[in-house]
Design a protein around this ligand. Structure first.
Ligand SMILES: NC(=O)C1=CN([C@@H]2O[C@H](COP(=O)(O)OP(=O)(O)OC[C@H]3O[C@@H](n4cnc5c(N)ncnc54)[C@H](OP(=O)(O)O)[C@@H]3O)[C@@H](O)[C@H]2O)C=CC1
Ligand SMILES: O=C1O[C@H](COP(=O)(O)O)[C@@H](O)[C@H](O)[C@H]1O
Length: 483
C-alpha cells in the first residue's frame, strides 16, 4: 500500500486540528500505520516556532491518549514542521512549496483544508500556481462546503480548477465511524437481513442524532447554519443513504457512491405544500445540561437575542423507489437533548396474522452508534413458566455489543480511518460532488418552504427530547419516536 510522503494541514492551530486531527495522526503514528518518511507540514497564521508548536501538539495528544509514552510522542512530533503563513497571500506559497520539495521530498502530497471554506479558493489557486495541484497530489476538504446548492457548486468549481474530482476528498466524519461502516457490513455481509430490507417487511425507519452539547464555542458559525445545514445535510443524509441504498456491486468507491446518490435523488420533495406536515424546527431554551448543572438558552449561548436558527430539526422523509415506497424515514437531530445518542431503528411490520392476540409486538432492529456501539434485535419469546391462558409472549433483545466484541479496544477517532484513506488514496469513505449537490437541492427546498410558510423554531427545554410538536410527525402515521 503506497502512502503519500507529505501531509499538509491548513488550519493547524484550529479547534478541529487540536481536538481531532493531531490526535488522530498521533494514534496512526503510535500504532504503526504511518510510513517512517511521512512528514506533517502544519500551516496557520499564528506566529509559533517549530519547537513551540510541537510542544502544543504533544500536549493535545497526551490529553487524548491516556498513558501516551513520551518517546512515542516525541517521535511523532518530530514529523511536524510548523509554517506561519497567510494562505490568502502569494508569499506564503513560496515558503510552503520550498518546504514541500526540501531534500527531494513532496512526491505525493495530501493537502488537508481544515479552515473556513471562504479560503478554499485562495488555497487551491495558491497551490496550482506553484505546481502543487498536479497528480498524484490530492486535497481533503472539511465541511461545510457551502451554505446552499449555489455556494456548494461555486466552492466545488473553485476546488475543481486545481484538483480533479477523483483527487478531491470531501470529509463527512460520520463515514469514518466504526459503526457507520458496520452498517455496510451488517447489510451486505449477512444474508439474513437483505430479504427483509424493504417496504414488504419494514414499517418505518428512524435515524436520530441527539447531542447534549449546545452551540457554545462555535456560535458564529452555528447561528448562520443551524441544525438543518450543520447536521441534516451531511451526517443524517449519509446515514440515510447507507440504510436505504441498493447493494453496491463492490466495495469500490465509485460503486458505493453511485448507489448513495440514487437514494438522495429519490427523496420525495418537501415544499411549501407539505413542509408543515413533514418537518419540525426547534430551538433550545434554558434548562439543564445532562452533563451537569443549568444550561443557558441558545440565544444566550450565541449572544443573539433574536436568533431564529433551529437547533433541532425533524423530517419525515420518503424514498421514492421500488424498495422503499410507502416507508417513512423519520430523521431528527438536535443540540442540548436529554442524552447523547445516535441510533438507527428499523421497525418491522407486525406478523400478518397473530395467533397470540395483542401479545406479539413487531420486531425492531436498533443500531446504536453513539455513545456505545450496539446492535439489538428485539424478538418475541414465550414468557417462561406455565400459564392458564394461552401462550403469553415477552419481548427480548438479541444483543451484539461491539465494545465486548472488540475486547474493550480503544474507541477510534473517526478521522483516523479517513486520514489513513487520504494518505493511501482510498476515496471509498468520502463524499462525491453529485451526492452533495443532490443533498443540498433537497435541503434548499425545505429551507425555502420554511421561509415561505414563516415557520419559526418551536421552543424546547434544554435537556429534553426536543419540541413536543415532533410527535405529530410520527403519530400522523400511527408511529412514535424511539427515544
Ligand atoms: N471544530 C469542529 O468541531 C468542526 C469543524 N469543522 C470544520 O473544520 C474547519 C475548521 O474548523 P475549526 O478548526 O473549528 O476552525 P477554527 O476557526 O478553530 O480554525 C481555523 C484555522 O484556520 C486558520 N486560518 C484562518 N485563516 C487563515 C489564513 N488566512 N491563512 C492561514 N491559516 C488561516 C486558523 O489559524 P490562525 O488563526 O492561526 O491563522 C486556524 O488554524 C471548518 O470548515 C469547520 O466548519 C467540521 C466539523 C467539526
Ligand atoms: O459536524 C458536526 O458534528 C458534530 C457532532 O459530531 P459527533 O461525532 O460528536 O457526533 C456536531 O457537534 C457539530 O455541530 C457538527 O458541525
Amino acid at each position: 500500500m503506497a502512502m503519500a510522503d507529505t501531509f499538509v494541514l491548513f488550519g493547524a492551530t484550529g479547534d478541529l486540528a487540536k481536538r481531532m486531527l493531531f490526535p488522530s495522526l498521533y494514534f496512526l503514528h503510535a500504532e504503526g500505520f504511518l510510513d517512517d518518511d511521512v512528514r506533517i507540514l502544519a500551516a496557520a497564521r499564528s506566529p509559533r516556532s517549530n519547537e513551540e508548536f510541537r510542544a502544543e501538539v504533544a500536549s493535545w495528544c497526551c490529553e487524548r491518549a491516556d498513558g501516551a509514552k513520551q518517546d512515542v510522542v516525541d517521535a511523532f512530533v518530530a514529523r511536524i514542521h510548523y509554517l506561519a503563513i497567510d494562505v490568502t497571500t502569494p508569499e506564503g506559497y513560496d515558503e510552503l512549496a520550498a518546504k514541500i520539495r526540501e531534500n527531494g521530498k513532496g512526491k505525493e502530497v495530501v493537502f488537508y483544508l481544515s479552515t473556513s471554506p471562504s479560503i478554499f479558493g485562495a488555497v487551491c489557486q495558491g497551490l496550482k500556481s506553484h505546481g502543487l495541484s498536479e497528480p498524484p497530489h490530492r486535497i481533503v476538504v472539511e465541511k461545510p462546503i457551502g451554505y446552499d446548492l449555489e455556494s456548494n457548486i461555486r466552492i466545488n468549481d473553485t476546488v475543481a480548477e486545481a484538483f480533479s474530482e477523483e483527487r478531491t476528498f470531501r470529509i463527512d466524519h460520520y463515514l469514518g465511524k466504526e459503526t457507520v461502516q458496520n452498517l455496510i457490513a451488517l447489510r451486505f455481509g449477512n444474508r439474513i437481513f437483505e430479504p427483509l430490507w424493504n417496504s414488504q417487511t419494514v414499517e418505518s425507519v428512524q435515524i436520530s442524532i441527539a447531542e447534549t452539547l449546545g452551540a457554545e464555542g462555535r456560535g458564529g458559525y452555528y447561528d448562520e447554519y443551524g441544525a438543518m445545514r450543520d447536521m441534516m445535510q451531511n451526517h443524517l443524509l449519509q446515514l440515510l443513504c447507507l440504510v436505504a441504498m441498493e447493494p453496491p456491486s463492490s466495495l469500490n468507491a465509485e460503486a458505493i457512491r453511485n448507489e448513495k446518490v440514487k437514494v438522495l435523488r429519490s427523496l420525495g420533495p418537501i415544499t411549501a405544500e407539505n413542509v408543515e406536515a413533514r418537518t419540525v424546527r426547534g430551538q433550545y431554551k434554558e434548562g439543564f445540561d445532562p452533563d451537569g448543572g443549568k444550561a443557558a438558552s441558545y440565544r444566550d449561548d450565541v449572544e443573539n437575542p433574536k436568533s431564529e436558527t433551529e437547533t433541532y430539526v425533524a423530517v419525515a422523509a420518503d424514498v421514492r423507489n421500488w424498495r422503499w415506497a410507502g416507508v417513512p424515514f423519520y430523521l431528527e437531530t438536535g443540540k442540548r437533548m436529554a442524552e447523547r445518542k445516535t441510533h438507527v431503528v428499523i421497525a418491522f411490520k407486525p406478523v400478518p396474522h397473530s395467533i397470540f392476540g395483542d401479545d406479539a409486538s413487531p420486531n425492531e432492529l436498533h443500531i446504536v452508534l453513539q455513545p456505545e456501539e450496539r446492535i439489538t434485535l428485539q424478538i418475541m419469546n414465550k414468557r417462561p413458566g406455565i400459564s392458564a391462558e394461552g401462550m403469553p409472549l415477552q419481548e427480548l433483545p438479541l444483543n451484539l455489543s461491539l465494545s465486548e466484541a472488540t475486547n474493550g479496544q480503544r474507541r477510534r477517532i473517526a478521522y483516523e480511518q479517513l486520514i489513513l484513506d487520504a494518505l493511501t488514496n482510498n476515496p471509498s469513505l468520502f463524499v462525491q460532488r453529485d451526492e452533495q449537490e443532490a443533498a443540498w437541492k433537497w435541503i434548499d427546498a425545505i429551507a425555502k418552504a420554511w421561509a415561505e410558510r414563516g415557520m419559526e423554531p418551536k421552543p424546547y427545554r434544554s435537556g429534553s427530547n426536543g419540541p413536543s410538536a415532533k410527535h405529530v410527525l410520527t403519530e400522523r402515521n400511527g408511529h412514535s419516536w424511539y427515544e
